[in-house]
Design a protein around this ligand. Structure first.
Ligand SMILES: Cc1cc2nc3c(=O)[nH]c(=O)nc-3n(C[C@H](O)[C@H](O)[C@H](O)COP(=O)(O)OP(=O)(O)OC[C@H]3O[C@@H](n4cnc5c(N)ncnc54)[C@H](O)[C@@H]3O)c2cc1C
Length: 366
């Protein structure tokens, strides 16, 4: 006997010109092979690298910080760190640098300094907010490490969402996450450990359009702007100094122990040619019905070329992104481009119109 699929009604958002807000262009720091999560000695410095997370920086951030911090502290290179007042430098004030400072402080380290070229308008603020380990380029044999880091990070956000984290009171919530297939989500390794199995459902947009999709009802939406604010609150409360400026070489820092969380800056700072920018286009939504925005969707399309003749992987996604200082109706973000090597001089602006077209097509809006 065939069982009929559960049907879920979703009222489509409005994508007319009065419902579209800011257009955002930003860049994922992606390292081919996997993020650089390693430690090394460079002359008299000991460096812990934590950069290159591609489109999954938030998904992995808290777990990635814990992993790299342990890697150094538990190693021979880190033996002086048994003294918790040892001076430590962290380069970068994106989510990776701030979670590194958070984790080190929770372990009792009391002499941290963050060095950052920029504090605002980072990829870490702009990111959409879907917890899913996607848009990375991991070597097959490294996947178990990435899975474990992601599972640790999921636990962190799940605690925040359930109000079980004493430091973070906001910034994560449980939201159904819809994909075309389980493979597309990257989340199957989490099932049975921290997440429940996905199931097939039929989405009904109430306009004659239906779509069969796979849903993880315990998906997590990360409100990236709020989480950055929470991280900065923690840094301020714990009086961790932030020194603004660009670091050109590790040896200009006085500290022996350095955490390199410089995102795309690591291409120059650590001479890393395998680290590339992956351009993404986002459009904020406004004047929506907030109660209708309780889901996340990610669907992939194929590869194509942009107007600057760059290779683009296109997808369509929608998340309930909401900026702290905006009205409740200004909720939602759509996007979906992945353009490796994209740069500010090749903004590929036609992608915005394609995203709007794909959004209308997906929801069956004429
Ligand atoms: C369009 C888009 C959508 C995304 N959506 C998601 C999502 O839904 N889910 C998800 O998990 N991830 C998402 N991401 C990915 C995520 O945003 C990134 O992986 C993450 O922000 C990287 O964080 P970071 O701290 O490494 O880098 P950044 O946020 O770029 O921070 C780098 C920091 O290092 C500093 N720095 C760099 N070089 C130097 C130097 N030489 N000296 C001093 N300071 C330096 C910078 O000034 C900055 O403070 C998205 C990204 C984009 C672009």
């Amino acid at each position: 006997m065939t069982q009929s699929l559960e049907t879920r009604k979703i009222a489509p958002p409005a994508f007319g010109s009065t419902h579209l807000g800011e257009r955002i262009l930003c860049y994922r720091p992606m390292k081919h092979g996997m993020p650089n999560l390693s430690i090394e000695q460079q002359e008299d410095k000991v460096i812990a690298h934590n950069y290159g997370h591609g489109g999954s920086g938030w998904t992995l951030g808290p777990g990635s910080a814990r992993y790299v911090n342990s890697l150094l502290i538990d190693s021979l290179l880190g033996k002086d760190l048994s003294d918790k007042s040892t001076p430590i430098a962290i380069i970068g004030a994106g989510l990776v640098g701030l979670f590194t400072a958070y984790d080190l402080t929770k372990r009792g380290y009391s002499n941290l300094t963050i060095y950052a070229e920029k504090l605002d308008a980072l990829a870490s603020h702009y990111a959409g907010g879907l917890l899913a380990p996607v848009s990375m380029d991991n070597d097959h044999e490294m996947q178990p490490v990435i899975d474990q880091i992601g599972i640790d990070a999921y636990r962190f956000y799940d605690d925040v969402a359930r109000n079980n984290n004493t430091d973070f009171k906001r910034g994560a919530r449980l939201v159904p996450s819809y994909f075309n297939s389980r493979e597309d989500s990257g989340l199957e390794a989490y099932v049975g450990k921290v997440m429940k199995p996905a199931k097939e459902v039929m989405l009904d947009f109430g306009n004659g359009t239906t779509r069969q999709m796979v849903v993880y009802d315990d998906g997590i939406y990360m409100n990236t702007a709020l989480l950055m604010a929470e991280l900065h609150d923690f840094i301020n409360t714990n009086q961790i100094p932030i020194v603004i400026g660009k670091i050109v070489t590790f040896d200009e820092l006085k500290e022996k122990f350095i955490f390199n969380c410089s995102g795309l800056g690591a291409a120059e700072l650590n001479h890393d040619a395998a680290l590339v920018p992956v351009q993404g286009h986002l459009i904020m939504l406004k004047n929506q019905v907030p109660e209708n925005m309780n889901y996340m969707i990610l669907v992939y399309f194929g590869e194509d070329r942009t107007e600057a003749n760059q290779k683009v992987k296109r997808s369509f996604y929608i998340f309930p992104k909401h900026l702290p200082d905006s009205t409740p109706q200004d909720i939602g973000v759509i996007g979906g481009t992945f353009i490796e090597g994209g740069s500010a001089d090749k903004p590929n602006l036609a992608e915005y119109d394609l995203i709007i077209k794909e959004a209308n097509t997906f929801f069956g809006i004429n």
